[in-house]
Design a protein around this ligand. Sequence first.
Ligand code: GLC
Length: 416
Amino acid sequence: MTEAVRGLYERNRQQGVAPWCGLAYDFVCPSMGTYPFQWFWDSCFHAIVLAHFDRERARQEIRSLLAHAQPDGFVGHVTFWQRERFEALLATYSIAYRTPYLSDCIQPPVLAEAVSAAAEGPGGDAFLAEVLPRVRRYYEWLDANRDPDRDGLIATLQPDESGLDHTPKYDAYLGIARPDHAEFTAAWQRVAGPYAAVGREQAAMFALDRFIVEDVLVNTIYAENARVLAGLLRRAGEDEAAAAWERRARATAAALVEKCYDASAGLFWDLAGAREAPLRVNTVSSLMPILLPDLPREPVEAIVAHLRDPEEYAAAYPVPSVAMNEPAYLEPRADSSLVYRGPTWMNTNWYLSRGLRRHGHLELARRIEEASAAVVEREGFREYYDPRTGEGFGARDFSWSGLALDMLARLEGDDP
Ligand code: GLC
């Protein structure tokens, strides 16, 4: 697996000097076919995988990701380093641009976890000292700009900010009746149009109340990364900032339980709009809080029961991105580019199996890790997989499916 991932990360490596900014870049793109640019959470996963066999490249990946961190802390979800070479592809994307080379939205904040992996080993302290101020500013930006109601939960302002672009959990809120690409483009434009009219200023976008989602997956990752960030700050001797981020991590985790958990369903729901209406669609996102080390026993066991249920998530190749008995569940199709409507993805498997280990559910964790590694070995690094047959779909040579390597390492070490 290490050799296979090494080869993949060589093929998808993008290196050069960008004429538009004069800076050198070195990163792994998600897939040469459809995604040749640098995506935020993909890149964080790539750094975590690279840390297994080439720590220097893991650090380079993060340096490239942070090269265009804005003075206020914001880091966009795509950097179009080599835009000119792939101009034709851009016509197929629906992206909000800050500049022609930077997008103007966020993705799930996996950054602290990636920095933590890259900062292990020799030279780690120097690397940490180099990047930590920008990492911290990025999370301060999220806290200052994306939690205006101060409940500890940050909000996404457009669907692709969750990284789960076409997830059915937003269908009703977006007014999607028949899920196809044209409907999604139209629905996204109904959000993006008014945003453009207010200059995409953060508070003004909130005031419009067009798409405000306190997303369970995003906030689980935020809580986890707030905790990891606190650890990085402690390591750097910044105790006061560390204590503040520990408090935020706890506040976000507590808010997820208090505001998003539905005890009768045993699931966590996103909250939509200024009214915070729960989006009651059973997707993998609803299970993500199992990652949180301080999640109370009751929701942990409820999530485990959903994961064990063959009607919902216990597929031959777990974990489907939508419960298989949800009306919105869709089998993957070669002619569809809609994502997160049913198939199994390696990034959510990576998080869920880690959460299961944390709460002592080793057997179920191993089952997910083993099935993940097996399907990647059989089908190659695909974007997503059919939960029933394991067949690979979507982009080929898809880099974050290299997370199978990290899951195999866990299996070998059996390290909870
Ligand atoms: C799709 C996914 C998003 C990912 C991107 C690049 O847009 O929904 O999560 O970051 O592709 O892989």
